[in-house]
Write a protein of this length. Structure first.
Length: 393
């Protein structure tokens, strides 16, 4: 029996994880579920999965959740705030952690799970993008197991040799090929992109996801963050990470070997596949995902990404090449820009302009530790906010 903490249980990845867990009550038990503000939803999940602990974002949410539990006669410990998230991610009572909080808010608890030597199932790519080497060092020092949930990285993981040691040349690997759907604006006239609405941007053609990652997919910052994620997970130099547009989202990514072989992982676009893979690894369990019907799909297409259409992808490669705190600065500026776009305070094309402007002013430096990193993250956010206020981004 494996005990699981789900950080961000009420999100898209959290709900898909619970769906897979519900299919295997003999293998998994939920230790803790966390949510930020959707308290009623979390209460329903708790009623069904009976965790030992539930964590929410504030004292008032905690009071509401306790009242709901009392009404239902449930005896579940209720906590709130970042230290409680870190506690349930590192508690002796949990074996594995699904890191599925969105954005930088997930860094501290995900890192706590890594430091505690847990099996870390990483969906929260922003945490790794921000902390890079510090995160990978924490995993190595505590002998934690790190398994990628992001569908591309999970695919690459499945196409790598089992004994892969994060050195591509040692295993005859030439490149990792990250596939990208191209999002909802792949074919839209560039001059009309300024006018797109948040509703259009979050309407992804192939995947149903949270709002922030959906906007990131529309700008292709999501792929940029994934390039940085691949660098850290697989020890891949930026030059050996290639992005390929593949609109059908059937091939989830590939590994290209020096003998000319290219290994790919295919499947329907449904996050329950990588989630089930990571939960059961190295075994396999059913996920509820229908088998892929290639004849029905008919054709698989590929094209190169257009960096003029998607400047965020270029910005992410730039940040990776600069290194140090540059990816954290990129991520912080992006989080502020996406939130402002979703709130209709800036237009779609302002997202990349704002990030570029913050990166120009804050070039990124070496970082000694997480506190150092968080200072730079704060600084980048403040600068992005002030550019938005000035309206001159
Ligand atoms: P979502 O918006 O649907 O859910 C986010 C979860 O995080 C919610 O449970 C929410 O309560 C919690 N949360 C939000 N802000 C918080 C805060 N400040 N403190 C604590 N908890 C907070 O997002 P999602 O689509 O499930 O994505 C989650 C993560 O997984 C992201 O990092 C995303 O990039 C990554 N990811 C998602 C998908 C997908 O298909 N949805 C695929 C690959 C990677
Ligand atoms: Mg992905």
């Amino acid at each position: 029996m494996q005990t699981i903490t789900i950080l961000g249980a009420t999100g898209s990845i959290g709900a898909s994880t619970l769906d897979v867990l519900a299919r295997h009550p003999d293998r998994y038990r939920v230790y803790a579920l966390t949510a930020h503000s959707r308290v009623e939803e979390l209460a329903l999940q708790c009623e069904r999965f009976r965790p030992e602990v539930a964590v929410v974002g504030s004292a008032s949410s905690a009071k509401l959740l306790s009242d709901l539990f009392r009404g239902k006669g449930l005896n579940i410990q209720v906590e709130y705030g970042e230290s409680a998230l870190c506690a349930v991610a590192s508690a002796p009572g949990c074996d594995a952690v699904m890191a599925a909080i969105v954005g930088a808010a997930g860094l501290a608890p995900t890192l706590a799970a890594a430091r505690a030597g847990k099996k870390v199932m990483l969906a929260n790519k922003e945490a790794l993008v921000m902390s890079g080497r510090l995160f990978m060092d924490a995993i190595a020092e505590s002998n934690a197991t790190l398994l990628p949930i992001d569908s591309e990285h999970n695919a690459i993981f499945q196409c790598l040799p089992r004994n892969y040691g994060r050195s591509m040349p040692d295993h005859g690997i030439a490149k990792v090929l990250l596939t990208a759907s191209g999002g909802p604006f792949r074919n839209r006239a560039i001059e009309t992109l300024d006018a797109v609405t948040p509703e259009e941007a979050v309407a992804h053609p192939n995947w149903v996801m949270g709002r922030k990652i959906s906007v990131d997919s529309a700008t292709m910052m999501n792929k940029g963050l994934e390039v940085i994620e691949a660098h850290w997970l697989f020890g891949a130099p930026a030059a050996d990470i290639e992005v390929v547009i593949h609109p059908q989202s059937v091939i989830h990514s590939m590994v290209s070997y020096i003998d000319g072989s290219v290994l790919a992982q295919l499947g329907n676009p449904d996050m329950r596949t990588p989630i089930a893979h990571a939960l059961a690894y190295p075994e396999r369990i059913a996920s509820g995902v229908a088998p892929v019907d290639l004849a029905l799909i008919g054709q698989l297409a590929f094209e190169r990404p257009d960096l003029n259409r998607f400047p965020c992808l270029r910005l992410a490669y730039d940040a990776l090449l600069v290194g140090g705190s540059a990816p954290a600065i990129l991520n912080a500026a992006n989080e502020v820009a996406v939130e402002a776009f979703l709130d209709r305070r800036i237009g779609f094309r302002m997202i990349d302009r704002l990030i570029a402007r913050v990166m120009d002013r804050l070039p990124g430096t070496d970082v000694a530790d997480i506190d150092d990193l968080l200072v730079q993250d704060r600084h980048a956010r403040d600068m992005a906010h002030s550019f938005i206020q000035q309206g001159t981004s």
